[in-house]
Structures are given as C-alpha cells and as structure tokens.
Design a protein around this ligand. Structure first.
Ligand code: EPZ
Length: 420
C-alpha cells in the first residue's frame, strides 16, 4: 500500500493555484442527470471521489469523459438504469446526491445507503423526508433506499436541522417539480450556492441562493450548459495551515477568500500574518502561535472540515486551545494520531483540548478520513524528522496530488509503496 513519507521541519514557500471544490463538483455531476442535453464542466478536481462518481454514472449508462485536468463532458440522456451500483455508492457519502436528480428526472431511483468518511452516523432521514414532502414514495430497507413518483409536486420543506446533503438533494429534486417549493433552514455552504448556480445555468428558477430560505419554481425540463466549478475552500484552508505550521510564506491564488472568513479570522487571532486579496491569500507563519477557542458550525461558521487541520496547528501554540465539534460526533479519530507525533491532544465529549508543545517529532501515523489526512500532513510537515502517513486512499479522495502540490512549495514529501 502507498504511504506518504515526509521529512518535516522545512518552511514552505511559494504559490499554488486552488483546485475546483470536491463538494461542489460531486453534486454538480449528480445534477447533470437532470440535463436534457450535454453538460461541460471545468475545474473538476482530479481526486478519487470524482472518479468514483464517474464510475457510478457510467455504470448507469451515462457518457462521462474526464481528462483528469479539469475538463469533464457528460451526456446523461443515455442512462439505462435508475439503480446505482452499491459497491461504488458505498465508497463515499456524496454518492447519495444522485437520488434527488434520478427521482426528479426519471420518477424513480434505487441507491444503497452511502458509505464514506467514518465521522459517526451519516443518516439520510432528512433527504427522505424532503422527497416524501415532494410527493415521492420512499422506502429504506436492507440498506437500500428506493423512491418513486409520477411527478414531484412543489412543497414547503422546513429542515429540522441544517444539512448540506438534504439541502442539495431537495434543491435538485425541486427544480422540475410541479409548482413552487420553499426550502427553509437550508445549508448555506458555498458549494450549495455553486450547485444552485449550475442548476440556474441549466434553466432552473431559484431565488435566495446562499440564504436560509430558497424558493424554487419548477420548470418543465433543464437543458445542458458549460460550467466552471468554484474553488475548493477546504483545500485552500488546508494549505494555509501548512504554510502557518511550517512558519513559511505561501500564496494561494485563484480562490475565494470570502468563503474562508471564519478560518482567516482564527489564523489572525493565532498571530499569523495574512494578506487577503480579491482572489488570493498570502500567509506568513509567525511565532508564537497563539491559542484560541472555537466551535464548528454550519456555514458561515467555522467548518467541521477544517477542524482537524486547525487542531494540528494548535499543537504548537503557546498555551491551551479548545475546539468544539458540533457537526459530526465521530470527527475525532485524528486526535490520537497527532499524539503519536508528540501533540498533547485530549478529547472530552465534543471538546478537543490541545496543550501546546515546543515541537512535534516525526512518526508513523494513519489517516482515518479525508480531513484527518490533511491535518496529519500539516503536522508531519512541521515535525522534526521523518513521518510516514498511511490511509493515503482517504487523502486522495479529497486532495489532488497532495505530495506534488506540496513539493511545489518546497516540502520534502514523496509517495512510496510499502509492504503491508
Ligand atoms: C457534507 O456532508 C460534506 N460532504 C462534508 O464534507 C461536510 O463535513 C458536511 O457537509 C458538513 O459541512 C460533501 O459535501 C460531499 P450534512 P453531509 O448533511 O452532506 C446530520 C469532506 O471531508 N444529518 O450537513 O453528509 C449528519 O449526521 C466531507 O469533504 C442527519 O441527521 O453533511 C451530521 O451530523 C466530510 N440527517 C449533520 O446532519 C440527514 O439526513 C450534518 O450533515 C443528513 C445529515
């Protein structure tokens, strides 16, 4: 199995261009099932989740051509089945994004309960409740969700809790439902706005993009379009932390600083030197790193997907930091791996308490999920000596060619095969 081998202690220097966002590209690929015509996507990141969803759509009969450099062409009019291959669906949570489009465009869908990062329970009850409100019959038995409807009807859906996934699925389904749909207590993540922009580019009628309440007026059908995916704020945030933790000087270009306000404020509070431009962010790591206290919240709050990376930075702070995780009850697997690198990290219920140490020391660690992998790479880059990171399959799900991109910034990091 491959592992990343990192020689830490080198300050990163240089410039990187942000990739397109994993969490926008995936629902947008799923939404292409609604298009009665060809779709061209640009800035699609070359990550394994994109290849997994490509495999799902192809196995259902769709034409998907991806050049691995950002350009993807889809024609879903050749779909031959509304049953998704469960061995692929179980590889990632976002696979379930195809259910809403299948139901809306074809009146039926059969998708297994999704797999993906083990962050604790990943239910889809809010998705299913929304489909039922739109008039679908939905069953969830023996690990499979089956839904069907002759024609979806507009409805008033109030999400009892903010859910990115349920907001995406109900939004997509509502675009071609009969009449008006009101979605209340929506997730407001930039990736949701990007999905909505894509749907509008296909002819959907949506008001309230990025707001807690969205109104959708159903249309007869959606046409194809040519669309470029928004920058990946989580990838950008991860590389900013890498620049800070190595006390380097890193510029990330072609990104949307406004999508990272919560992180940028925290990094400034931690004493890091930030220059924020219209579409670039420069970070110069500064000592001492100051401790902070923060809770993860739905957007625009501090994102759960940057929680592990921030904790990695806090391991070298001068003082004690607290991070409270309010989104996923299983987000803490990374903590013990940071302890292997010399961090003083304890978890108590939803709180992570990090007492700053003078230095981290290289060690063998294992990434249990995507963002934990991002955090361990950041910590290994700062640690003295050599670290090896296994679980690279998780890292590759969410970060494109991470070792190549960090090597551009001067990191000593290679991918090597190890006998397991
Ligand atoms: C999306 O997951 C992202 N994944 C996650 O990123 C991200 O951490 C999460 O949103 C929160 O921002 C993609 O976009 C592919 P939720 P999702 O529905 O849609 C509960 C990454 O590393 N819930 O907002 O699964 C759920 O258990 C990944 O890129 C229900 O109870 O997140 C959780 O506690 C990790 N019932 C909370 O809501 C439901 O029907 C938030 O989940 C759905 C969710």
């Amino acid at each position: 199995m491959a592992r990343l081998v990192v020689q830490g202690g080198i300050p990163l220097h240089g410039r990187l261009e942000a990739n397109g966002a994993k969490n926008a590209a995936l629902p947008i690929m799923a939404a292409a099932l609604l298009a009665k015509g060809p779709v061209t996507l640009r800035r699609v990141p070359n990550i394994s989740d994109v290849w997994t969803l490509t495999g799902i759509l192809k196995s259902m009969g769709c034409l998907v051509e991806y050049d691995g450099e950002g350009l993807m062409k889809l024609d879903t009019s050749t779909l031959t089945t509304t049953k998704a291959p469960d061995h692929l669906v179980r590889k990632m949570n976002a696979s379930f994004d195809i259910m809403g489009p299948l139901l809306a465009a074809y009146g039926e869908g059969e998708v297994s309960l999704p797999g993906g990062c083990n962050l604790g329970s990943r239910p889809v009850d809010l998705h299913l409740a929304g489909f039922r409100k739109l008039g679908a019959e939905v069953t969830s038995q023996r690990g499979f969700v089956r839904a069907n409807a002759n024609k979806l009807r507009g409805a008033h859906i109030l999400f009892p809790k903010v859910s990115v996934g349920a907001t995406k699925n109900c939004l997509m389904a509502a675009t071609v439902a009969e009449g008006e749909t009101v979605l209340e207590n929506c997730a407001r993540e930039p990736e949701i706005v990007d999905l909505a922009n894509f749907l509008v580019a296909m002819g959907a009628k949506i008001d309230g993009l990025g707001r807690q309440t969205m109104r959708v007026t159903g249309v007869e059908k959606l046409h194809g379009c040519d669309y470029s995916v928004v920058a990946d704020r989580i990838e950008v945030g991860t590389y900013l932390v890498a620049g800070a933790i190595t006390q380097g000087d890193v510029v990330i270009e072609n990104c949307v600083p406004g999508h990272l306000e919560s992180l940028l404020e925290l990094l400034q509070e931690m004493g890091q030197d930030l220059e924020i431009g219209h579409d670039h962010i420069r970070i110069r790591g500064r000592s001492p790193i100051k401790p902070i206290s923060v809770s993860t919240e739905p957007y625009p709050g501090f994102p759960t997907d940057l929680h592990p990376q921030l904790v990695a930075l806090a391991t070298l702070a001068k003082g004690t930091t607290t991070v409270t995780e309010n989104i996923f009850n299983g987000r803490f697997m990374y903590a013990m791996e940071l302890v292997r690198l010399g961090g003083d990290v304890r978890v108590s219920h939803r709180d992570v308490i990090i007492r700053g140490v003078k230095q981290l020391d290289g060690a063998p660690v294992d990434a249990p999920d995507i963002r934990a992998g991002g955090a361990l790479v950041c910590a290994a880059l700062a640690a003295h000596g050599e670290s090896t990171i296994s679980g690279v399959n998780f890292i590759d799900r969410g970060y494109q060619e991470i070792e190549k991109r960090l090597a551009v910034l001067g990191a000593k990091i290679v991918r090597a095969d190890f006998e397991d």
